[in-house]
Write a protein that binds this ligand. Structure first.
Ligand code: PLP
Length: 391
């Protein structure tokens, strides 16, 4: 029996779509650039173990990028034996685990360097670190003014090996004007020159997220950090416009993820009846109401209340009333033949209809990144090929 038949909500990931996206990016990278796939936030909601295994099978991913130590553990547990880069903070008390995981670290400050050095010395193996340089995002990087003392300290730190330098763009998704990003690029290159003058050579330079990969090839360097694009989404409309202007109109992305549930109950309510908490919806007609066993606690944003549609039997059905913690109410009056336990698509395609992460993000006034990354990690995930569960 199909394992999905007994489930009330689950996520499907089409392996062919993910692979096509990875290959599409591989093709547009400058030839020597390595591809890091970002799998933070449960691989943008797709399921970290599943995406890790697909990345390994693809043979085009060189490095997996995670935010946290916990995610690095999950990547190893899923069987990945390749390079891992941690991009976020690691608590000083747990730095030893970087050695046991054989993970590389994005070095964000002098304090971490000082804590790493004795561990590396004791273990007789320096930890591979990528120095994050501040270039204008003012989030994680080492400020230009702090660089000289940090490099002086690092020269005396045999437990730490600087193998790369990185930065992250502040204003590349939100605009078609890339002057701020270009300014950041110059600041980054100046930082790299300072590193080289201090004797840190042969650095793996990495700056590009999806939007930079697509719009500024000068940012590719030795490694790119690909996130949302691998998951089949343009970072923004502006990125799409910029890429088209630069001649990338043939570039195609296909979202691999579908998010599904089943109708829990069906009932008819009379015209004038109120629906849900706060009585925010009053039925303007005798309404066939479907109760879905999913809600904001499962990642179906409460901001979608009264705005979103779901797909039932190939038709769009409106979400009415407020979204509850674990329940959503849908008007299925116009869905002929609707039945209990019918499959309902929250995100994805059914028949000729599609609900994209962009649609949901528009309704919920957020971005596809948030819609995807908040899909409950406890929902079962399946790899599918042409709709069938892949073994
Ligand atoms: C999440 C993240 C990325 C990926 O960004 P996308 O826009 O999803 O490609 C790249 N670099 C860093 C540092 C990140 O945190």
């Amino acid at each position: 029996m199909d394992a999905r038949a007994s489930l009330l909500s689950w996520v499907e990931v089409d392996s062919a779509a993910l692979l096509e996206n990875l290959l599409a990016f591989r093709q547009i990278l400058t030839p020597h650039a390595k591809l890091l796939l970002v799998v933070k936030a449960n691989a943008y909601g797709h399921g970290l173990p599943l995406v890790t295994r697909l990345a390994a099978a693809s043979r085009v991913v060189d490095v997996l990028g995670v935010h946290s130590l916990e995610e690095a553990h999950a990547v190893r547990a899923a069987g990945w034996i390749g390079r891992i880069l941690i991009m976020g903070q690691v608590a000083r008390a747990r730095l030893e685990e970087l050695w046991t995981l054989d993970a590389e670290l994005t070095l964000l400050d002098l304090e971490t360097a000082e804590a790493l050095d004795p561990v590396g010395r004791k273990r007789g193996r320096a930890l591979a670190c990528h120095l994050k340089l501040e270039s204008g995002t003012h989030r994680q990087g080492v400020m230009a003014s702090e660089l000289a003392p940090l490099l002086a300290r690092l020269r005396e730190a045999p437990g730490v090996r600087i193998v790369g330098a990185s930065t992250h763009f502040a204003n590349i998704e939100d605009t078609t004007d890339h002057s701020y990003a270009e300014g950041q690029l110059h600041a980054f290159e100046e930082g790299v020159r300072q590193l080289e003058r201090a004797g840190f050579a042969s650095l793996e330079r990495q700056t590009a997220c999806t939007a930079a990969i697509l719009t500024l090839p000068a940012t590719h360097f030795e490694l790119v950090r690909l996130g949302i694009g691998a998951y089949g989404h343009w970072p923004s409309r502006e990125t799409r416009v910029s890429a088209q202007r630069a001649g990338g109109e043939t570039f195609r992305l296909r979202p691999p993820l579908s998010w599904k549930t089943r109708i829990g109950q069906l009932k008819w309510i009379e015209e004038g009846s109120f629906v849900g908490y706060g009585c925010t919806h009053r039925a303007g007609h005798r309404t066939h109401l479907a109760v879905l066993p999913i809600g904001y606690a499962d990642g179906y944003d409460r901001g979608l209340s009264g705005l979103a549609h779901v797909l039932v039997r190939g038709r769009r059905a409106p979400v009415i009333g407020r979204i509850c913690m674990n329940i959503v109410l849908v008007d299925v009056t116009d869905v002929p033949g609707v039945a209990r336990e019918d499959e309902v698509v929250l995100l994805g395609s059914q028949g000729s209809e599609t609900l994209s992460a962009e649609h949901l993000a528009g309704w919920a006034q957020t971005i596809p990144y948030e819609i995807l990354s908040r899909i409950s990690p406890t929902a079962p995930r399946f790899v599918t090929r042409e709709g069938q569960i892949a073994s």
